[in-house]
Design a protein around this ligand. Structure first.
Ligand SMILES: [Zn+2]
Ligand SMILES: [Zn+2]
Length: 115
């Protein structure tokens, strides 16, 4: 059994959010949901609705993927350290990624040793 890395864990959670982004809308603002009996089907057909929630969720996924990539692990003097926090941090996952992963700390795959 291989141990899931923080990168794999966060990547998997972001994939889930991306795949479900169409399902989250602001019911007070969303025109896509007004006249449809099947709200989920309507949202799938019109992910670019005017409430902006699906679009925002996708931007958040994109931003977090960039943060993840920015803080990728590198070998330095025999240790695995953060590419961007090198100097400020002597370990990987760095604090930035620990905070990012902690968003899903209630997930069964989350490893408390990360943070
Ligand atoms: Zn909407
Ligand atoms: Zn870092």
């Amino acid at each position: 059994m291989s141990v899931m890395t923080l990168t794999e864990f966060v990547t998997a959670r972001l994939g889930e959010v991306e795949g479900r982004a169409w399902a989250v809308h602001d019911v007070e603002k969303c025109d896509a949901l007004l006249y449809e009996e099947d709200m989920a089907d309507a949202a799938r057909r019109d992910p670019a609705c005017n409430c902006g929630m699906p679009a925002r969720a996708l931007r958040e996924v994109e931003a977090k993927r960039k943060i993840l990539d920015h803080h990728k692990p590198v070998r330095h003097e025999g240790r695995t350290v953060c590419h961007s926090c090198l100097g400020a941090s002597t370990f990987w996952p760095c604090r930035t990624l620990q905070h990012l992963a902690a968003i899903d700390s209630d997930h069964p795959d989350y490893d408390p040793a990360w943070g």
